[in-house]
Each structure stands twice: as structure tokens, then as C-alpha cells.
Design a protein around this ligand. Structure first.
Ligand code: SF4
Length: 234
């Protein structure tokens, strides 16, 4: 598996202390991506590991998985390496390791992958198809189909919305989209736009005035709570 970077973090990508792997390659090209290095399929900074190498590394690290922690696969888009990811996740589940993935939700294989995932994080950048293409370079149909599938199946999911001024800062639109479903097993998190990864675009960064105020995040929270949805912060 091609891994761009790895390291521990606490409760940002799933519960507890987690070993987080950033897989190389993404099928989206979000103009605000904070990890633009991870978008190309190949990257000289990324390193290839076999499933067994990763499995052994994770098992050696298990003492560190305190407070309900475990391992998280993110990206890039981790589901692009779904064949190996499924094998690895299966092995980890057989060994009682808590697993998490963070995904843009665009893989047809997500329902299959999710069988081996304890904590499933799906990002929705925009509910509108055309606006989604404009800012991410990709359609959102499969993401929306997968979200509908999980909401209808009643499995617990965690939905993250990156909130960017002038692009997707309409909480009512998002809430109306989700109101078509029973969201009792979902929670929602709103991530305020930041520019931590701007330098990685090497002068090609196109977002201007993307910052949102704390009031905007509170507005998202309030609108979603008024719809009866559960909201969280990490
Ligand atoms: S889906 Fe995530 S990793 Fe992929 S381009 Fe968008 S922000 Fe970057």
C-alpha cells in the first residue's frame, strides 16, 4: 500500500489515541485540500508497504491505542486502495483492533469496506452536484448514494462538512438534504476552513476569502440541532 505519512494523534480521526495512515492518491481535487501532496496517484515522498508490514507495525503499536483508540486510514482517499485495505482491515478486526476510515465517500466498495470498520467518517463537501464538481473536480452522486445507504441501514456514521466561505456555507441546504433520511444513527461535525496546507500548492492555491467565523459554525450547529440532528466537535 502506498502511504504518504503516518503518525499518532489523539481523538481527531476517530476515538482515543490512534495510529493514522495517510494513503497516497485521491480521486477528488478539492481546491482547499490541506494535503495537496496526497492527491496524485504517485509521489516520490510516499512509501510502499505490504499489508503484512502494516499489520505487524499496527500490532506492535497496540499498547498505544488507549482511551478506545486504534488505527485510522485516511488520505488522500483511502478507498482507492480498497483491495489491500479490505485485507488489512479484516486482519485487524480478527485481532480486535479498533478501526476507522475517513473517506470522501465516492467508492462503490464502501459498503463492503465498512463491514470491517468500527468508526466510519464520511466527508460531504457539497450536496449540490454541479457545485461539487466545480470545487472538487468530481461528482458527488456516489457519495450521496453511500450516505443514503448507511443512514437507511441504521449503522452509525460520522459526517464531516468542511465549511468554506462563499462555497458551501449554507447550513439550510445541507440540513434539507439530510432531512430526507432518518439520521438518528449519524452525527455531524463542521470543520471551519483553514489554510494550513496552502504552501503545498506551490503558488497554485485558488481559494480566496475562505475563512468562516465561529458564528457561522454555530449557525450550522443550530440549524442542524433544530432539525433534530446530533452535532459533535472533535
Ligand atoms: S477529498 Fe480530501 S484528500 Fe481528496 S482532494 Fe479533497 S480534501 Fe484533499
Amino acid at each position: 500500500m502506498l502511504i504518504l505519512q503516518k503518525g499518532f494523534n489523539y481523538s481527531q480521526d476517530g476515538p482515543g489515541n490512534r495510529l493514522v495512515y495517510h494513503l497516497q492518491g485521491c480521486n477528488f481535487a478539492c481546491k482547499w485540500c490541506s494535503n495537496a501532496d496526497s492527491i496524485p496517484k504517485q509521489n516520490s515522498k510516499a512509501k510502499e508497504y505490504s499489508v503484512d508490514e502494516l499489520f505487524n507495525e499496527i500490532m506492535r503499536s497496540r499498547m498505544m491505542f488507549f482511551d478506545g483508540g486504534g488505527v485510522t486510514f485516511t488520505g488522500g482517499e483511502c478507498t482507492l486502495q480498497s483491495n489491500e485495505l479490505i485485507i488489512l482491515l479484516k486482519k485487524l478486526k480478527e485481532n480486535s483492533i479498533n478501526t476507522c476510515i475517513e473517506t470522501n465517500g465516492s467508492s462503490e466498495k464502501l459498503p463492503e469496506i465498512s463491514q470491517y470498520v468500527d468508526f466510519l467518517i464520511i466527508d460531504l463537501k457539497h450536496y449540490d452536484g454541479e457545485i461539487h464538481i466545480k470545487w472538487t473536480g468530481s461528482p458527488n452522486e456516489i457519495t450521496k448514494k453511500n450516505i443514503a445507504y448507511f443512514l437507511n441501514s441504521g449503522r452509525e456514521i460520522h459526517i464531516r462538512i468542511p465549511v468554506i466561505n462563499g462555497i458551501n456555507d449554507n447550513p439550510q441546504g445541507f440540513a434539507e438534504f439530510f432531512s430526507r433520511f432518518d439520521c438518528s444513527n449519524a452525527d455531524f461535525e463542521f470543520l471551519a476552513y483553514h489554510e494550513f496546507g496552502k504552501d503545498k500548492w506551490k503558488g497554485k492555491y485558488q481559494i480566496e476569502n475562505g475563512f468562516v467565523s465561529p458564528e457561522k459554525i454555530r449557525e450550522f450547529t443550530e440549524v442542524f440541532r433544530n432539525y433534530g440532528f446530533k452535532t459533535v466537535t472533535s
